[in-house]
Design a protein around this ligand. Structure first.
Ligand code: SF4
Ligand code: SF4
Length: 352
């Protein structure tokens, strides 16, 4: 059960109205332009400087910045190294997925850090506290603008204008998966932590193997990209291409998993965030009633005849079902795609 959704062409191009048509005849627009039906663009700079473009730029900067230390490693310059190391010393945790032990990482994800703390037998007071403050004020804005795995999916989706939107019931069922993944991960992490505290962890460590220190990591695309891959021997020339053959089979399977995430995102925007990511599910608990959120202006919104906001929403949220004043959805990542595309400019950012 799926319906295809056609994405509108651009944000700033406006459908010509009858008013525009009148204007055009008065100003005698070039016949060629009228014949080809090229819409009037009120602000050509808006094609470049707009909210969507801003988000893409921020996403790319963070994708590079999260692993900023890699530049220091490449250039080997002491000043740059110290600059990035100063970030690593503070190592802020933010509600995204970014592994704590990435060799080039300067920022860690709250969920990743929480798992490590639990499995080592520590309750993550500080990580949880910081995470809850960020989420209750800003909502899941970090998912929409910073998380590297969200970014990869968004860019994979970008070239495809026809997305597949599962029917609401299917979507609802699929969203449950991430809650089950979360429960399993936290159960294993807490069990491991208690075993370590009581000195009985040896057997459990042996059984859990690669899942022992952070149970979600083997399936965490951020961990695979930023920890597992940098840890492999990389070929530096044609002669050393055979290094790839010594990569363990588990690494190849993990790489295949990341590729699958990206490929599926071409048709299903942010499918990993919507259905699988346990961190996203946990963040949603606190972001639902966040201070900053999305609302609709009832004087402008025409929900009976328009569904553009829902069609463009990468999280497949049924925006029109929420009250006008504030959309309390645990799945909203404040990407503002709905705001960019709304033909009536009815979507507003609300502080309440
Ligand atoms: S839900 Fe998506 S954006 Fe949010 S932490 Fe998970 S992968 Fe990142
Ligand atoms: S409701 Fe709007 S801001 Fe929230 S995820 Fe959907 S498109 Fe993005």
């Amino acid at each position: 059960m799926a319906e295809d959704a056609e994405r509108p062409e651009t944000v700033d191009e406006e459908e010509p109205t009858s008013e525009d048509a009148d204007e055009a005849s008065v100003e005698e627009e070039p016949k060629e332009r009228k014949k080809r039906g090229i819409p009037k663009i009120k602000n050509p700079l808006g094609l470049i400087f707009n909210l969507r473009m801003l988000r893409r730029v921020v996403q790319i900067l963070f994708l590079l910045g999260i692993n900023g230390y890699i530049f220091a490693a490449w250039w080997g310059a002491d000043a740059i190294t110290h600059f990035w190391e100063s970030f690593r010393d503070i190592l802020p945790t933010i509600p995204i997925i970014a592994p704590l032990e990435a060799p080039f990482g300067v920022i860690a994800g709250s969920f990743d850090t929480m798992q490590r703390e639990l499995t080592s037998g520590t309750f993550p007071f500080f990580t949880l506290g910081a995470m809850i403050i960020i989420l209750t004020v800003l909502g899941r804005v970090a998912c929409g603008w910073i998380c590297p795995i969200g970014t990869l999916q968004d860019f994979a989706t970008l070239p495809n204008r026809t997305k597949i939107r599962p029917a609401p019931n299917t979507e609802k069922e699929m969203r449950r998966v991430k809650a089950y993944v979360f429960a399993l991960v936290i159960f294993l992490a807490a069990w491991m932590g208690i075993s370590r505290l009581t000195g009985t962890a040896e057997e459990l460590e042996r059984v859990l193997g690669m899942f022992a220190d952070a149970p979600f990591d083997p399936f965490n695309p951020a961990y695979i990209l930023f920890v597992v891959l940098p840890d492999q021997v990389w070929p530096t020339s044609i002669d050393t291409l055979w290094y790839l053959s010594v990569w363990p089979m588990t690494v190849w399977l993990q790489v295949a998993f990341v590729l699958i995430i990206v490929i599926i995102a071409f048709w299903f925007p942010r499918w990993f965030c919507r259905w699988i990511c346990p961190a996203g599910w946990f963040y949603g608990i606190f972001s639902r009633d966040a201070l900053i959120g999305i609302g609709r202006n009832p004087a402008r919104c025409t929900p009976d005849t328009c569904n553009v906001c829902e069609v463009v929403c990468p999280m497949n949220i049924q925006i029109r079902k929420f009250p006008y004043d504030h959309m309390y959805s645990a799945d909203c990542i404040l990407c503002l795609e709905c705001k960019s595309y709304c033909p009536n400019k009815a979507i507003e950012i609300r502080f309440s």
